[in-house]
Design a binder for this molecule. Structure first.
Ligand code: C2E
Ligand code: MG
Ligand code: MG
Length: 346
């Protein structure tokens, strides 16, 4: 560790190359060789694992290898291998969560959400999307999801014509957002499925959208040129610049579940939600409240003028068959689900 510190100290001093002051930093991984350690390759691999940990926890640090890191790395490698196989086997399925008009209870669209159906269990996005994002596999996963979901949307639109037509929201991950050809990829899925791009919402989290203003502006404009709508997902959890929000070609704000879940017990949160909604409306944006779980949250949201919502109160994300049935019931105005909603809402 003393050696690692010494190396970092020496490297911290700026040096000159072609009249330019250069500063570099180093992330260092340390591993111990001993009687029970294996080959030189093993030792180097352990040091490398520790170095990646050092990079990950913040640059210019050092980490000493331990066996937990080794286990972590093995698990991660296994997960990556399994995911590649899953992609070939078609184990990634699209679930749909209805987006509902809060004034009428009518389903106006769906958010497409990935589920990994392994032979023994269903894996939730939070357990594979981060790795898929780091490895770049998210691009293949989402391309397939997008194609399937767009085709399904066309089916539903044919079966349940309405004005405006049913919509579909798809999430865009940080890795996808960084792809120079993201717009082309999405344009491709739109073309192959023949869906009307005006019925698509691309969801980008506040954090990604606001991170690098110039780049974001360019990418968002390219996406917008496809004719799709753009949504800021998980709004309120990151930092938004209001002037950027106004300049970006955004159509909808999705208020994060964290606010909705607290609003029926906390007046300050309620006030924040009210302000977000009126801000959005003043900027000409639509608002979707995420994570509505009970009646009192719904009633409050309607009272403060929120027009759209998603949440377990209406439906959890569900597979195609379940959603098919739900949609049929919802679109038949005399259905029990619709009636109970209408009765409560007056
Ligand atoms: P998100 O886009 O904010 O999606 C909403 C999440 O909130 C979903 O979790 C949904 O199941 C959950 N949710 C909806 N209503 C309620 C509610 O009333 N109560 C509670 N407690 N939760 C609710 P899910 O499906 O686990 O997805 C988590 C995140 O993973 C998503 O957050 C999204 O960022 C990401 N994700 C999911 N599928 C995909 C995908 O295909 N591609 C990409 N890039 N990201 C995805
Ligand atoms: Mg989303
Ligand atoms: Mg969200």
């Amino acid at each position: 560790m003393r050696v690692a510190e010494r190396i970092q100290e020496r490297l911290a001093a700026p040096f000159e190359v072609a009249d330019q002051q250069i500063v570099i930093t180093a992330s260092i991984g340390v591993a111990f060789g001993g009687s029970d350690s294996g080959s030189a390759e093993d030792l180097l691999r352990d040091a490398e694992i520790a170095m990646y940990r050092a990079k990950h926890t913040g640059k210019a640090r050092f980490e000493v290898f331990d066996t937990a890191m080794h286990r972590g790395a093995l698990l991660r490698l296994q997960l990556e291998t399994d995911m590649r196989k899953a992609l070939e086997l078609g184990e990634f399925l699209v679930y749909y969560q209805p987006v509902v008009s809060l004034s009428s209870g009518v389903i106006v669209g769906f958010e497409a959400l990935s589920r990994w159906h392994r032979p023994d269990r269903i894996v939730m996005p939070n357990d594979f999307i981060p790795v898929a994002n780091e490895t770049g596999m998210i691009i293949a996963i989402n391309q397939e999801l997008m194609l399937l979901a767009c085709q399904q949307l066309r089916e539903w639109q044919k079966q349940y014509p309405s004005e405006p037509p049913l919509r579909l929201s798809v999430n865009v991950s940080p890795k996808q957002f960084a792809q120079p050809d993201l717009a082309a990829q999405i344009g491709n899925a739109i073309q192959r499925s023949g869906v009307d791009p005006g019925c698509l919402d691309l969801e980008i989290t506040e954090t990604i959208a606001m991170a690098d203003a110039e780049r974001s502006g360019t990418v968002l404009s390219q996406l917008k040129a496809l004719g799709v709508h753009l949504d800021i997902d998980d709004f309120g959890t990151g930092y938004s610049s209001l002037s950027r929000l106004q300049r970006f070609p955004v159509d909808t704000l999705k208020i994060d579940r964290a606010f909705v879940s607290r609003m029926d017990s906390d007046r300050d949160t309620q006030e924040i939600v009210r302000i977000i909604i009126s801000l959005a409306h003043n900027l000409g944006l639509k608002v979707v409240a995420e994570g509505i779980e009970n009646r009192s949250q719904l009633d409050l949201l309607r009272k403060i003028g929120c027009e759209l919502g998603q949440g377990y109160l209406f439906s959890k994300p569900a597979d195609l068959q379940t959603i098919d049935t739900l949609l049929a019931t919802n679109r038949a105005a005399s259905s029990p689900w619709f009636q109970s909603y209408a009765a409560h809402s007056s």
